[in-house]
Design a protein around this ligand. Structure first.
Ligand code: HAM
Length: 417
């Protein structure tokens, strides 16, 4: 009998590997711009590491971990705990006041598989260790946004604060009192959660529970002065960087180590699995895991399966509406004349080419190219013409490269026969 793969464990096939590499290479390039260094911790860690950091009462630790109980070890359900363990154990925090690290690799959670949710999945995970400034919070969100923009993935950024051990307990009591008045209307999970981790009631997906907590007190109204100032500075940083965001008072995250800033990159294009990436601040965690005192930290992780799915979807949409492989944007009379035989030659080589002969400005031609879903735009101005060169722009990644003004050279880049 044929042996099949485990449910929720996916083979990444040769035709998919290109997109995976694109995601990984783009991520590496962006992380390098922000001076992050790679680290590769192992996939197995002591179970206690996850119980102590993610939290005993979380879904991940309670129900989703792949644990070898007799050996006391677990396959990592996320990257943060192992990365911090490595940074502490290998003394990486002593050399620099702010250590920027990233890791890329598989994680394991025994969840119910569905589109965008697997049991083995991959994360791009970044952590900035040792910086308490709210500006690093804004910077990390800007880095995530830059990566997604570079991949051509549209998301909205949602942010919240979870306060700190000074202000959260009072808020928790207030929320508990609110929940107690509506306990009868909540699902069984929420009634149980309200005992162990009442904040999680706020992000229950059940529509009836959602309706019940609609007017629950917001933690943002109950922050201590330090947490409120931190949150205000994060918002200011995002505004300065022109990163659009929304406040989401219901965001609590499924891991216990967070304090203050939390954030999620949300898409509307993946059904129920809306979070493409998520993260937040965890100021007490490094110390709690035996690291140096007062070492704050913040990070986020993006799910690579979700990024690849979104790229696949946008490619399909693009090819469904695409009327041309390449749009030739000739700027000026001379360029228009020179491009006529070029367009013809490309068509003879089987490429779909669009061009108008008006020689209008670049902006209006780019708009036209976008409208017809051209995969590439060839930009030819007088200057390029004189040098026998042109600029080819990839409309999805927005990357530009120089090419020789030659049918064969351009044809090689802009598609297959
Ligand atoms: P998380 O929200 O549990 O956070 O996961 C981060 C991202 O990993 C999610 O937004 C999602 O894209 C992806 N992901 C999670 N579970 C699955 C799954 N079963 N299948 C596919 N993709 C999944 C963390 O893991 C934190 N460690 C993030 C962090 C880093 N916080 C601070 N530093």
């Amino acid at each position: 009998m044929e042996i099949t793969a485990l449910n929720g464990f996916k083979d990444i096939l040769p035709e998919e590997v290109g997109l995976w590499r694109q995601v990984e290479e783009t991520a590496r390039a962006i992380f390098a711009r922000f001076a992050f260094q790679e680290i590769r911790p192992p996939v197995l860690e002591k179970t206690e590491l996850f119980a102590r950091s993610i939290g005993e009462a979380t879904d991940i630790v309670e129900k989703e971990m792949y644990t070898f109980a007799d050996k006391g070890i677990t396959m990592r359900p996320e990257a943060t705990a192992g990365l911090l363990r490595a940074a502490i154990e290998r003394n990486l925090l002593a050399a620099r006041p702010l250590r920027r690290l990233f890791t890329i690799g598989p994680m394991f959670r025994h969840e119910r598989p569905q589109k965008g949710r697997l049991r083995q999945f991959h994360q791009l995970d970044v952590e900035a260790l040792g910086c308490a400034s709210p500006l690093i919070d804004a910077e990390l969100m800007a880095m995530g946004s830059m990566l997604l923009e570079r991949l051509g993935i549209k998301v909205s950024l949602e942010i919240n604060s979870l306060g700190c051990p000074n202000c959260r307990p009072a808020y928790r009591d207030k929320l508990l009192a609110f929940i107690a008045r509506r306990a009868d209307q909540l699902c069984a999970d929420c009634r149980r959660r309200s005992q162990t981790n009442p904040l999680r009631v706020l992000d229950c997906k059940n529509p009836e529970c959602r309706a019940q907590v609609e007017d629950a007190p917001s933690i943002l109204d109950h922050l201590c002065p330090d947490c409120a100032a931190h949150f205000a500075a994060v918002e200011m940083g995002l505004t300065d960087l022109q990163i659009p965001y929304l406040r989401n008072k219901f965001m609590v995250r499924g891991l216990d180590y967070y304090c203050r800033t939390t954030f999620e990159f949300i898409t509307n294009d993946l059904g129920a699995q809306a979070a493409v990436g998520a993260g937040g601040r965890y100021d007490g965690l490094i110390e709690q895991l035996g690291g140096p005192k007062n070492t704050p930290g913040i990070g986020f992780a993006m799910g690579m399966e979700r990024l690849v799915l979104l790229l696949q979807q946008s490619q399909e949409e693009r090819s469904a509406v695409s009327e041309a492989d390449v749009y030739i944007a000739a700027l000026g009379e001379k360029a228009v004349a020179a491009c006529l035989p070029l367009a013809h030659g490309l068509r003879e080589h089987g490429r779909r080419v669009a061009m108008d002969y008006e020689g209008r400005g670049l902006k209006s031609q780019m708009k036209q190219a976008d409208k017809i879903g051209a995969a590439w735009v060839l930009i030819v101005g007088d200057e390029e013409l004189a040098g026998g060169q042109a600029v080819l722009r990839d409309m999805r990644t927005k990357e530009q490269r120089a090419v020789t003004l030659d049918v064969a050279a351009i044809g090689r880049v802009v598609g297959k026969e």
